[in-house]
Design a protein around this ligand. Structure first.
Ligand SMILES: [Ca+2]
Length: 99
């Protein structure tokens, strides 16, 4: 699965499409912004399917802060695309380390 994810990262158009889909799914209240709580449940689905343990809240906040351009600790669609990219890379690293 790590290889599949790596191949996916090379196709930025696909990453953007997937990112926008996950954004809509995660934005359960339709606010147009992803909050920490919404991100938490989204990421749980990911790590669970990948057989990894949950990310710690501080790790999620660190990922948010690295892409949060206006500092509101919520992610708009553009910020989320960067977040999604970084998150996939983080998952690949975690999978390779857990081998
Ligand atoms: Ca923001």
């Amino acid at each position: 699965m790590a290889e599949t994810l790596k191949a996916m990262l090379n196709d930025q158009k696909l990453v953007t499409t997937l990112s926008d889909k996950f954004f809509s799914d995660a934005d359960t209240d339709g606010s147009g912004l992803i909050e920490l709580r919404e991100l938490h449940s989204l990421l749980h689905g990911f790590t669970y399917n990948a057989g990894l343990s949950d990310l710690k809240e501080e790790d999620i906040i660190r990922l948010i802060d690295s892409v949060d351009q206006n500092g509101d600790r919520k992610l708009n669609k553009i910020e989320f695309r960067n977040f999604f990219n970084n998150f996939i890379e983080a998952i690949i690293t975690m999978m390779e380390q857990s081998r």
